[in-house]
Design a protein around this ligand. Structure first.
Ligand code: HAM
Length: 412
């Protein structure tokens, strides 16, 4: 029979790598807590409308990348491609409006039907934070600073450059959009096929195009900064000033247009060269209009999400070996004695495993391969003398330890 393969773009995560994933998520969670973002969890399944309006029917995510299906009750359901829209849906449908402002940290799988490559999966894991209900520029900075601290905690902040831009408020954006369309229409015949399609649907996304034939046209396109009204300029200047005061280095990238439609004002991405073409490690921004797109009132909000798979690839975590004590009976007959020792260790919260015993060198090789460096060997002599042999596979050292001192000696 043919072997069944995994679904393309999905990833099996075995224990050694799972430790890295959990370590990244734990670090992100604890930094977020420092900034007042407490953990919450939201469904992987949402009604499809949760994403179609806020993310934009013409956005790549909605038009090509969602996993959507009709469930047995006939509802159109989508596996969440991102967390933000579902969180605002939850705030609205669970009646949380009187509790604003709200600050959440979350982590979990997201699903996008993209072309898989290094750093790009169809099921990937994100961590993210959302600050809901606070319109102030300082909150944009808080969110960015929290992102920086997470990257720092993972030891990768030096490899990431903060790109920041403003998309202004709705009035500025509509005016810019009109002018951009006029400009691109003049050059339509030279635009790539992808950008021609985007011209009608989402002209701002053309600025993000990677197609060669678009580059010269994009270079001379009108800049958003010329169309920003005073209140949009004021918000952005405050953000940049706070960032400068916090000694944060950034690049003001006027071409930074995020792939989701719900953004306004501040948008930002932390970009690295360490991951090849999938260089965006963390991205986010302000999305004051999202709630209205879902039928709710105006709720100012700002947040970000980061790809855990990418963070794991970048961070050189050294706490990766599953430290444990392996108990190895020297003869099979010593197993029962060792088994009670095993339970004593577990009662003291020491992670321990037992092997059948006998063939000592074969099992030592196995244990070494599993990265478990501390081995307790027990044979007839040790049982008689009420001690054990403690062996450290990293150094090769071994010595006898009386039973009553064992716990102290292997204090991990
Ligand atoms: P996003 O830029 O679409 O934003 O995704 C955020 C991060 O998720 C990316 O920077 C990247 O690290 C990771 N990511 C995205 N797609 C993939 C993929 N196919 N494979 C692996 N990693 C991926 C959002 O999702 C927004 N919800 C962020 C946000 C929160 N904005 C405001 N609040």
């Amino acid at each position: 029979m043919d072997k069944i393969q995994s679904v393309r773009g999905t990833k099996d995560i075995f224990p050694i790598e799972m430790i890295k994933y959990n370590s990244v998520i734990d670090k992100a969670r604890s930094v977020s807590k420092l900034f007042g973002f407490d953990e919450a969890s939201f469904p992987l399944l949402e009604k499809s409308q949760v994403f179609t309006r806020p993310l934009g029917e013409s956005s790549d995510v909605v038009s090509k990348e969602t996993y959507s299906f009709d469930d047995r009750g006939g509802d159109s359901i989508t596996l969440r491609p991102e967390g933000t829209a579902g969180i605002i849906r939850a705030v609205l449908s669970e009646g949380k409006l009187n509790d604003l402002p709200l600050k959440y940290f979350y982590s979990g799988p997201m699903f996008r039907y993209e072309r898989p490559q290094k750093g790009r999966l169809r099921q990937f894991t994100q961590i993210g934070i959302e600050s809901i209900g606070n319109p102030n520029a300082i909150e944009d900075v808080e969110v960015i600073l929290c992102g920086i601290k997470i990257l720092k905690r993972l030891g990768i902040n030096k490899n990431c450059i903060l790109n920041i831009n403003t998309l202004g408020d709705t009035v500025s954006r509509n005016e810019y959009r009109e002018n951009l369309v006029k400009y691109f229409l003049k050059h339509e015949s030279k635009l790539s096929k992808l950008s021609k399609n985007r011209l009608a649907l989402n002209p701002l996304r053309i600025l993000d195009s990677k197609e060669n034939e678009d580059q010269d046209i994009i270079m001379n396109a009108p800049l958003f900064s010329s169309f920003l009204n005073n209140s949009s300029i004021d918000h952005f200047e405050k953000v940049l000033n706070y960032l400068k005061k916090s000694k944060v280095e950034f690049v003001h990238n006027e071409k930074l247009v995020r792939g989701l439609d719900y953004y306004c004002h501040t948008t930002f991405e932390f970009i690295t060269e360490d991951l090849g073409s999938q260089g965006t490690v963390l991205g986010g921004g302000r999305y004051d209009g999202l709630s209205e797109m879902l039928g709710g009132p105006h709720i100012p909000a700002v947040g970000f999400a980061a790809g855990v798979d990418r963070l794991v690839m970048m961070s050189k975590l050294n706490d990766v070996s599953p430290m444990a004590v392996s108990i190895l009976p020297i003869q099979r007959e010593n197993f029962d004695y060792c088994y009670s020792l095993l339970n004593t260790l577990r009662d003291k919260d020491i992670k321990a495993e037992i092997y059948p015993g006998g063939n000592v060198s074969k099992y030592l090789k196995k244990i070494n391969k599993k990265n478990q460096k501390i081995v307790i060997l027990v044979g007839d002599k040790e049982i008689q003398n009420k001690n054990v042999i403690l062996k450290n596979l990293s150094t090769g050292d071994q010595f006898e330890v009386p039973n009553e001192e064992l716990i102290k000696k292997i204090d991990l």
